[in-house]
Ligand binder design. Sequence first.
Ligand code: ZN
Length: 434
Amino acid sequence: MQGDGSAATAMLGLDGFVLLAVSEYAGEVEQAIETTQNEAFCRGCGVQARLHDRRPTWVRDLPAGGRPVTLVWVKRVWRCREHLCSVSTWTETSPAIRARASWTERARAEACRRVGQDGHCVAQVAADFGVGWATAMAAVREYGTPLVDGPARLVGVEALGVDETAFLAANATRNTQFVTGVVDVGTSRLLDVVPGRSGKALTSWVNTQPEQWRQAVQVTALDPFRGYATALSTSLPHAIRVLDAFHVTRLGFTAVDDVRRRVQQDTTGHRGRRDDPLYRIRRVLRRGADHLSQPAWTRLLAGLDAGDQDGQIAATWIAAQDLRLLYRAKSRAEAQRRLHHWLVHCADSNVPELHRLARTIDSWRTELLAYFDTGGVSNARTEAVNLLIKKIKRIGHGFRNFDNYRLRLLLHCGVDWHTHRPTPLRGRLPRLAA
Ligand SMILES: [Zn+2]
């Protein structure tokens, strides 16, 4: 039981305070409160102080009953009774409401949670609490930084996923800026984001982790970017590097797109237009063959018939499908056999894009086949985190400050919030006698 044990104070729920009165002010709720500390001793001489004055101070608090709440804290001003003491008067303080703060600490913590866990934008949360943007962001920073920087967040990582994501889109004065996202593949937790898309950025991040942590990482999942692979082979040499299935499949379909565009240009002399047969099947071409309906098949074949005269698109499409199906191999040996046939098929084709794709895949052969040694570790979860990253970016209307961006991302995708979940209503017994 808190404070004076009254119903009003139970409603207030603020440690060390009791609720004195509630009134309405312009459609909002105003609650007068005071601390439960009704005696004080001088910090100079230790003598019991006497009450000198009362001064109200207004702060924002959590909403109650759907309405904004302002607390009027009637602060006590104490005076030392000992006139020889150099301490004359002082105002009481509370950790719940800091000196000169415009809102309570619990409101600040909740603002941080809403921005972090719920992913709401800072401006909206600031408006809901009736504070300024900078005030709200300061609370996000103060409450969020310890959650993000705590060492516990990184514990227990066995499979590390690495992926790039765009941080700032290009404009007239700068190129697109990339960040490298590091993810715990096991739990889909975003571990960190580092500026830049380079092996160096990744290496220096890994090297700041404790030796024990690095030793515990067994597998790394990565997209086909040589910089990451080199960084991981030097900084985590014992971990098995696995090329992510999603990215491999995407390389195949990108080749299909490339060939379609080239053939389109060569045969019609212009880029794809709405009525061009190849342009009309561009989406069907990107789908897995086993997901095609009968009408889609018919459309696909008609489109190829009309636009793919020497069969280059068809050849690339088959290669992309085969590459995708490679991942259904039952064993590493089977995958290796199929990969070999696939490479030969590409090399024998008359499609330059397939030659290039085969060279790329061949250079990643070890990492690709490692998929079958690790029970199918996939970066798919990293991709899911990437979607969240995009969502946060949309809410923040594009970030300019990397530290704010990192904080917001980690609060949303990298922190266990342990928020209180309401207990069920069913099965409760009546507890109010009156
Ligand atoms: Zn004193």
